[in-house]
Design a protein around this ligand. Structure first.
Ligand SMILES: [Zn+2]
Ligand SMILES: [Zn+2]
Length: 250
């Protein structure tokens, strides 16, 4: 009986002798990994921040070199653990099928982490961030002018002719307007059942008959024929549009 108990206690000691060092190693490794993870996270934050700044500046001045240069300096200055940082590719104001003015950044961060056991000492972290530069209309007011009602909104049919129209033109009222689906559109209109418009996601081009309709439609809907878009009159004139002969351009 006494013999048995001693054996049992012995096995506890053996077990502890095996487990405790493994446990200590695991804890030490974990402690070594935490700062490396923090550096990765902070670097992602820096990259996002630089990309965000560029997306604001891009409409005013185009500079594809700004982000790679600034980000590299920032990472080295702010994250002392980063041993190497490389912008592997930076695509500037590019276009995909659905969107334009995109910015995309690929980077690689290396961290030399000397843990107590000197293995797994280099952490390599690859990241990719994609964003979109400010896309919209800049309201430029010429010096010396108030800017009030100096630029009217007119309507054009981008694929059909070179005339611009006023909002009350029959030609405009009979056709649908191209908009990019927003929550506002969803509140004002219902998705057309015929063309399964409820499957459209926010940002998708959809078509609304603003004068008469209650629904928004997809481009392949049979109700969608000619569509118009909104444009500033000065822009329309600059692009070679002339006033409609029916409505006089509004
Ligand atoms: Zn017209
Ligand atoms: Zn429809």
């Amino acid at each position: 009986m006494g013999q048995k108990r001693r054996t049992k206690r012995g096995s506890y000691i053996v077990e502890a002798a095996v487990i405790v060092p493994v446990f200590i190693v695991a804890v030490l490794m974990l402690i070594a990994i935490v700062p490396a993870m923090a550096t990765c996270e902070n670097t992602v934050f820096s990259a996002v921040d630089e990309l965000r700044m560029e997306s604001i500046k891009a409409p005013f001045r185009k500079n594809p070199a700004a982000v790679p240069v600034l980000l590299k300096q920032r990472v080295y200055a702010e994250h002392s653990r980063a041993s190497a940082f490389q912008v592997r590719s930076f695509r500037y104001l590019y276009k995909t099928k659905e969107m334009e003015d995109l910015l995309s950044l690929d980077f690689r961060l290396s961290i030399d982490e000397t843990n107590p056991f000197a293995f797994c000492s280099t952490v390599v972290f690859d990241g990719r961030i994609t964003g979109r530069a400010f896309t919209g209309k800049l309201h430029r007011i010429p010096p010396g002018r108030s800017g009030i009602d100096e630029d009217k909104t007119v309507y054009i049919f981008p694929e059909w002719g070179k005339r611009y129209h006023g909002g009350q033109c029959k030609y405009v009222k009979a056709n649908c307007r191209l908009v990019y689906l927003s929550q506002e559109t969803e509140r004002a209109y219902k998705p057309c059942k015929r063309c399964d418009a409820s499957s459209a996601r926010i940002g998708t081009p959809v078509f609304c008959f603003t004068a008469s309709g209650r629904a928004y439609h997809m481009s392949d809907c049979r109700l969608v024929d000619k569509y118009y878009t909104e444009i500033a009159k000065s822009d329309a004139v600059e692009k070679g549009y002339t006033p409609c002969s029916k409505c006089g351009g509004g």
